[in-house]
Ligand binder design. Sequence first.
Ligand SMILES: [Zn+2]
Length: 220
Amino acid sequence: MSDVLLTEWETTAGRHPWERLASAAAAAGGSVGASNAAILARRKAHFGTTMGLLADCPACREWVEFSAPNGIFESVPGANGEFLWNGWRIEYRLPTVTDLMIARSAPDPRAVLVSRALIRATKNDQVADLTPEVMVAWEAHLDEVDPLAVIEFSLKCDACGHAWGAVFEPAREYPRELEVAARRVLSEVDALARAYGWDEKTTLGLSPARRRMYLHMVGA
Ligand SMILES: [Zn+2]
């Protein structure tokens, strides 16, 4: 397992989060939510579903600890579809990573995303331009069907009482965890190499319990 972790770390280290998201999208073949789900699935394979996170309070800069709800590991990415509301019928496709990349450099990212996601909108069977009201309803619908597209947590600071929504991006967070874990495994390999002269393959081949015991014995 450590071996798989190290390989993943060394083949992806230094990649930009967008590049990670795009490569996860290629594998997942779909929406932003599907890409995040693919990254979270890899995260779960290595580290399980317990995830401690830190955010700094925008008001007082104090660190706030929180944990990711298990639900994010179980969410099923949505699919393209249609939204029916008060005589409106909106055919859409869920935004992809490519859409996000194009939108982020536009003056009005939201408008670009909407225009790329919208296939056709009709009101009482007549083609129509979206009104602000139907936009709000449609966006709420998109959040529902693709819950992992934007993962937001409601946080509250214990120090000053400020409450805010923090966005969690698996493509940024997971590489950090991978880096920390890889560093720890390599420091164990290093400690046992110094003490016993074992090579990396030998140490990685030990069960976690044996490795822990030897590390304890050499005081590492
Ligand atoms: Zn605060």
